[in-house]
Write a protein that binds this ligand. Structure first.
Ligand SMILES: O=P(O)(O)OC[C@H]1O[C@H](OP(=O)(O)OP(=O)(O)O)[C@H](O)[C@@H]1O
Ligand SMILES: O=c1cc[nH]c(=O)[nH]1
Ligand SMILES: [Mg+2]
Length: 209
């Protein structure tokens, strides 16, 4: 069974409260969502593989650490996932970026895929899939399906707010994909929105409502 982890760092929790607030406008919402993504990636990359290399410092030879293992890529689920990419790239500037376009039908809540563009060596990379909201889990499950179909084998799902229903659905469908959230909320409402949540993440990021 995949792990589900809520990152309880005080800075993450404080910033999540800022973007939950309905009075937070687009500019601050965008800035703070990226700041949370940056802090989350800092926590999530603690276990990356390392190796020893010998380098020459100005003082002589030294055996030091560098990252080893798989190269990284970030994969936002469009649109709202775009609101986390800059934060991730601040810490991992050389990461490749793949895009998966997905929208959720407002009535049926079923996800629909409309765009996939990935780095060619996706099978060689560790992927951080980012999306602010994990509600029913349908979008994340379909995004992970799309990645696996194209050869991806190693991925983590990073969300700002998760609903228990979504966590369970992703764990059941993809037991190999660990999930990280800044917050775990109470439930979904009758329209499939997370409560208390933060509203519609895409609309708040891009000012479309
Ligand atoms: O877990 P689910 O029930 O599938 O819901 C979550 C999805 O809904 C939102 O995207 P939306 O469909 O609103 O698209 P957008 O990012 O373009 O706004 C959100 O960003 C997730 O991708
Ligand atoms: O609460 C929710 C659920 C799905 N998508 C959102 O943007 N917000
Ligand atoms: Mg939306």
């Amino acid at each position: 069974m995949a792990k589900f982890t809520v990152l309880n760092h005080p800075l993450i929790q404080h910033k999540l409260t800022i973007i939950r607030n309905k009075d937070t406008g687009t500019k601050v919402f965008r800035e703070v969502a990226n700041e949370i993504a940056e802090l989350m990636v800092y926590e999530i990359t603690r276990d990356l593989a390392m190796e020893d290399i010998t380098i020459e410092t100005p003082m002589g030879s030294a055996v030091e650490k560098q990252l080893s293992g798989k190269k990284l890529a970030v994969v936002p689920i469009l649109r709202a996932g775009l609101g986390m990419v800059d934060g991730v790239l601040k810490l991992i500037p050389a990461a490749k970026v793949g895009h998966i376009g997905m929208y959720r039908d407002e009535k049926t809540l079923q996800p629909h895929e409309y765009f996939v563009k990935l780095p060619p060596d996706i099978d060689q990379r560790q992927l951080f899939i980012v999306d602010p909201m994990l509600a029913t889990g349908g979008s994340a499950i379909m995004a992970i399906d799309a990645l696996k179909k194209r050869g991806a084998t190693s991925m983590r799902l990073v969300v700002l707010v998760a609903a228990p229903e979504g966590v369970k659905a992703v764990q059941d469908a993809h037991p190999d994909v660990d999930i990280y959230a800044a917050g775990l909320d109470d439930r979904l409402n009758e329209d499939g929105y997370i409560v208390p949540g933060l509203g519609d993440a895409g609309d708040r990021l891009f000012g479309t409502k």
